[in-house]
Each structure stands twice: as C-alpha cells, then as structure tokens.
Design a protein. Structure first.
Length: 401
C-alpha cells in the first residue's frame, strides 16, 4: 500500500512554451502517483515566469505563481487539453528590463537580466526537492541550465513539432497530426467543389514532421518542409499535374511555417523576438498561394488556377488530446516518478523505437532534431520518401540522438 502519511519530499511541476493537448494528463499522472507515494506536489503557474515572479514571504499569498496540487484538482482537468497551470515563453536567464517583476526592478536594471539566482532562491523557499518541467527544447534548455546549477531536474518532452532531441515522441504531436489530417480532408470538399489547388500552412519552425507525416498518411499530394529550400516553379508544376490527374480536379500541399523558397529565408509576421530569440512565424502559406496562382498558367495551357489558402494555426493545438496523447503523458509522468523514487535526476524521459526510457537531459542542447532529408524526403517530388517500414517505430522517423 502506498505510503500517504510520511512526507518524502516536495515535487514541483511546470509547463512552458506553447500549449498542446496532453499536458494536463501528464500533470495528473505525476501528481497522483507522487501523492500516493508520499510526496507533496506544487504546481508552478505560468511556466518559468512563476519561478521568476514569486515574492519570498511566508505571509504573502502565492499571487498566481504556484499552487498546491491535490488528486481532486488534477482529476478535474486530467482529460482536457491545454494546461491548467498556464504557460509562458519566459527565459529566466534573459529577462528584458520591462519584464523584470516590480519587486526586483531596483536589483536588475540591465537591458537583459539573468534572474537565475532568484529562481534558485525561490526553489529553496518552496522547499522543492525535484523539479519536473514539461516543455519543448526552449523550456527544457533552461532546465539543462538549472541542472548544471545543482537543481534536481527531470524533463518531460512536449511539442507538437516533435523536435526535442533524444526522444522519438513529444507530447502533442499525435493530436497535431490527427487534427491536420482531419482538417485537410474536410477542406478537400471545398477544393474539389471549385477545382482549385489547396495550400495549407501548418506548424513546424525548424522541423517538418507535422507536414511530412500527414502527407505520408495521404492527407496531401505534396509538402514543403524547413529542412529543404524548395523551388516554387517545381511545386506549381507538380500540383498542376496532381490536379489534372485527380478526377475531381484539385490538389493539396502542406506548407511548414518554417519552409523557405530556394534562395529565400523564413517568413515572419513581425521582427519582434521572444526571450529565446524567435520571431513569430507565419505567412509563407500566403506567399506560396500567391505565387502558385501567378505561375499556374505556365503549366496549365495558359489558364490560371485559383488557390484556396488556409492556415491551421491554433486549431491543431486546442481541444482535448487524442488516444496517444492521453496514454503517453500518463506513461511519461510515471516514468518521471520512477526516477524520483530512485533518487535519479538530470534525466529526460523518452519514447524511443517503441520503448519508454530516459536519457541525460543535456541531450536537449546537443543539437537540432530535424527530418533526415536523405532518408525521408524526396527533394524532386516534394513528398515523403521511404524504402521500408520494417522495424520502424510507430511514427516512422526516429531521433538520431
């Protein structure tokens, strides 16, 4: 029987970066197992921002920075999407002056400030024994930094782009692929009715997994990904051919938001950067659509082809998790608790080639996880390429880390 009387320590959980379906199930899995094993659990609110903004005063209220978690709290939200702990893209080691909390403004007055000392003191103030951050490579890169500072950290990978190094799977990816396939098939009815080319922009800053997998599953004829700069003339030619051979006279391409024209660069909505140095992507789908329509007469006997242009955006990251993103977070949460119980830290829980495991957390900062173009992408046909599915994992493309 679980020891629920003697307190074994305090575990803190936080979620950082973009929300995805599966975060709440992961929080639930960690919390319930931890409480039943005799731990106290604190939820840090708003990601790393909560650990930056805290006021270290026993008499002061949590002030939306943290809360004590119970089975009742996590059971209410454990099957839902998003993150009830909320999230942010805060990077404590790079806080702009305007974002320094009011009670720290006199102490930190540089244009960019490292508030890691405050984070360490706040963890100590809360009595945290182990910190479990759930996030993508940005959120987890700061976890690596804390691990090197002596904080006991166990990371859980999350991102719909599926690009955290060291693991084949990240929470949120399956739901993203599922929604992309579903919505693309729904949009086919309009594309077919009007005999148009359908251009759909999907997430994927540096990695094209969210465009490649749905295309491999038959959602689209072609896809363009960040790992290969494409020729718009060639894409237009292929889509025109696909439209001609389709009895309903339409064709479909998925465009990763980080995709780039040959000789071009990424397309951004604005120049402002977040704390991790990223500009907000968006707009490549619009440019692709405009140029396909402009070039289409060249491949369609002088006649222009109209284009339907749709950006899926947050529609693929909202709502409830699918089956995989309900099961994997449960397993990841329990894997994290196994490590806590074994007094092991500095690890990232993983799913590799169909098996759950863990690796050193510094794998997150060891390189970029991207599509291996030579293995999985046909650069001439602008579509997925594979030689065999034999012995491949569920989602085909594995991590080389």
């Amino acid at each position: 029987m679980a020891n629920i009387k003697r307190k074994k320590g305090i575990i803190a959980i936080l979620t950082g970066g973009g929300d995805v379906p599966g975060l709440n199930p992961a929080i639930r899995a960690v919390t319930i197992r931890a409480i039943r094993e005799g731990f106290e659990v604190i939820g840090i609110r708003n990601g790393w921002k909560g650990l930056v903004s805290m006021v270290r005063d026993k008499e002061a209220p949590p002030d939306n920075c943290y809360e004590f978690l119970t089975e009742e709290i996590v059971n209410k939200v454990g099957r839902t999407g998003g993150t009830f702990l909320h999230t942010s893209r805060t990077r404590p080691s790079h806080i702009p002056r305007n974002d320094v909390p009011e009670h720290l403004k006199e102490k930190y007055q540089n244009d960019v400030n490292d508030l890691t000392p405050e984070v360490l003191q706040n963890l100590d103030f809360l009595g945290i024994d182990t910190l479990i951050p759930i996030g993508g490579d940005d959120t987890l890169s700061y976890a690596v930094h804390l691990s090197k500072q002596g904080v006991k950290v166990i990371g859980i990978p999350k991102t719909m782009d599926n690009d955290v190094p060291g693991t084949d799977y990240c929470i949120g990816f399956s739901t993203c692929v599922t929604r992309t396939i579903e919505m693309t098939h729904n949009l086919r009815t309009t594309a077919g009715s009007h005999e148009r080319i359908l251009v759909i922009e999907v997430f994927g800053r540096y990695a094209g997994f969210t465009a490649l997998l749905p295309t491999m599953a038959g959602a689209a004829n072609r896809c363009v990904i960040p790992e290969y700069k494409f020729k718009i003339d060639r894409l237009t030619e292929l889509l025109t051919e696909d439209r001609f051979t389709n009895p309903s006279h339409y064709s479909v391409v998925l465009v990763s938001e980080g995709a780039m024209f040959e000789g071009g660069e990424m397309v951004f909505q604005k120049d402002e950067k977040d704390m991790y140095g990223h500009k907000k992507l968006g707009g490549i789908g619009d440019l692709v659509s405009d140029q396909i329509k402009e070039l289409s007469p060249k491949y369609n006997k002088g006649r222009s082809i109209n284009v339907i242009n749709q950006r899926l955006g947050y529609l693929v990251r909202c709502g409830n998790p699918d089956a995989v993103d309900s099961i994997v977070p449960m397993a990841f949460g329990n894997l994290a608790l196994n490590l806590v119980m074994g007094q092991t830290h500095g690890r990232l829980v993983t799913l590799r080639k169909g098996k759950y495991d863990n690796v050193p957390i510094d794998v997150v900062t060891s390189g970029k996880k991207v599509v291996a173009v030579d293995k999985y992408y046909n650069c001439d046909r602008l579509r997925p390429h594979y030689e065999s599915f034999e012995s491949k994992p569920l989602f085909i493309m594995t991590s080389d880390f």
